[in-house]
Design a protein around this ligand. Structure first.
Ligand SMILES: [Zn+2]
Length: 83
């Protein structure tokens, strides 16, 4: 699949639950060395190897709330985060 599919996404405004601006992109797929490093540094959240339609794509660093929707039908490069 794609490597890090995080940089193609625009950052969300803020967490819809607590209002925090610290939203971390959730990366799916088998983590690369780079992804593991980013996850350790708290830049991303690893979503696991199973990629499914409609999976959340953002996680709040403050309250761990997850939101967004992964869309695979069109292209892995396009994401919908207009929740
Ligand atoms: Zn939050």
């Amino acid at each position: 699949m794609s490597e890090t599919n995080t940089e193609r996404r625009r950052m969300p405004a803020k967490c819809p639950k607590c209002g925090s601006a610290k939203a971390l992109p959730i990366s799916y797929g088998f983590p690369s060395a780079e992804m593991l490093k980013d996850a350790q540094e708290g830049k991303i959240v690893l979503g696991g190897c199973v990629i499914r339609e409609g999976a959340p794509i953002w996680q709040c660093a403050e309250c761990s709330h997850k939101w967004g929707e992964l869309r695979m039908a069109v292209s892995l490069r396009f994401w919908r985060d207009d929740v």
